[in-house]
Design a protein around this ligand. Structure first.
Ligand code: KG4
Ligand code: ZN
Length: 328
């Protein structure tokens, strides 16, 4: 079995995955959304302190598996430095105590592998990763052959939802709150400009849209009874249209066959619907993670751990260090 640990942002999670079958034997996650909500975003030092409380509590619950654990897999990159350290330190302690090897997992590969929890892998495929920290398109041929072909130049897709929600006083995380508010709104009411729509670049940018939304929110706040649902709906529409327009451009050179959306924001239903529509003319297959595995979790880290274990991709205790920035 593989014991896996995730602490790259505001979720403390531990999983146990059976190597021979990919079966998820245990998974527990303690989220810190309520604690960060009052600040409208994740406060790194608070997150680190909460991991230090939560991770040992979860670890206690998996002691019965200890004799069968063959390796410990832990998210070591990318993420918040002070929170990554919590998981990596625990992983090193477990590796020493159980005398087993350690595997440093890239969180972004973890999100890709959220598609394969309790399943076999499917390669090659084109992947759109939309999370709080990243917005990127990758060509994935295998665990070790991943090429990033487009990424955000500033804010990420999920982050823009968080920031817009903060402007509207909706707390953190913003994605689900905006999605709900947008449901009954008019998507065409606010004619926000689609980012980079005149640029030939296949890249993403959300800072301009965020600022346009800020102005609309300020305008709405002047009203006696401000109602943000049309702004939320129009924002969600344009944020998504930006992705689909750039993907359409990309598909002119690389026709999609198997396409996947992963990451916390891949739970967004409007995005799922629009991508489904985009893929229709190509008869491409759309892969999605189960909703419960879209956001950060340790099951996806464990699933990567299984494949890295099989390929002998271990680190020494001295080698394994955290790297806050992505290397993909
Ligand atoms: O993957 P994740 O859990 O953490 C990172 O690796 O960043 O993603 C969290 C992000 C947050 O920005 C959150 O607002 C966004 O995913 N998110 C959504 C939805 N659910 C979560 N964004 C849009 N629509 C949603 N339904
Ligand atoms: Zn994530």
């Amino acid at each position: 079995m593989i014991l896996s640990i995730e602490s790259s942002c505001d979720d403390s999670a531990i999983a146990i995955t059976e190597i021979a079958t990919n079966k998820l034997l245990f998974h527990k996650k303690i989220s810190q959304e309520i604690e960060h909500s009052v600040y409208g975003g994740v406060v790194p030092e608070l997150a680190a302190r909460l991991h230090a409380e939560a991770l040992p509590k979860i670890l206690e619950q998996v002691e019965e598996y200890f004799p069968k654990i063959k390796a410990v897999a832990v998210t070591s990159t990318p993420g918040l430095a002070v929170t990554l350290v919590e998981g990596v330190t625990m992983a090193k302690a477990v590796a020493v105590a159980l005398d087993i090897p350690i595997i440093g997992v890239n969180h972004l590969i973890g999100h890709i592998y959220s598609l394969f929890i309790e399943k076999e892998t499917i390669f090659p495929m084109t992947v759109l990763l939309v999370s709080g920290g990243h917005t990127q398109v990758m060509e994935v041929k295998s665990l070790t052959e991943i090429e990033t072909v487009a990424k955000s130049m500033d804010d990420s897709f999920g982050e823009s939802f968080d920031k817009v929600a903060k402007m509207m006083g909706l707390g953190y995380p913003g994605g689900p709150a905006i999605q709900e508010l947008a449901q009954n709104g008019d998507r065409l009411k606010h004619n926000f400009t689609v980012p980079l729509h005149q640029s030939p670049l296949i890249a993403f940018s959300y800072s301009g849209l965020k600022n346009a939304v800020r102005l609309a929110v300020l305008e709405e706040e002047k009203k006696e009874k401000p109602n943000f649902q049309d702004i939320a709906a129009s924002f969600e529409h344009i944020a998504t249209k930006h992705l689909t327009m750039k993907l359409k451009k990309y598909f002119k050179t690389v026709r999609p066959r198997t396409f996947a959306i992963v990451g916390g924001a891949s739970a967004n239903l409007y995005l799922r619907e629009q991508i489904e529509e985009l893929l229709l003319p190509y008869s491409a297959e759309l892969l999605l993670s189960e909703l419960k595995y879209c956001s950060d979790n340790a099951a996806m880290i464990g699933r990567v751990g299984v494949d890295m274990y099989k390929q002998g991709m271990f680190s020494t205790l001295e080698e394994l260090d955290i790297a806050p920035r992505s290397v993909l």
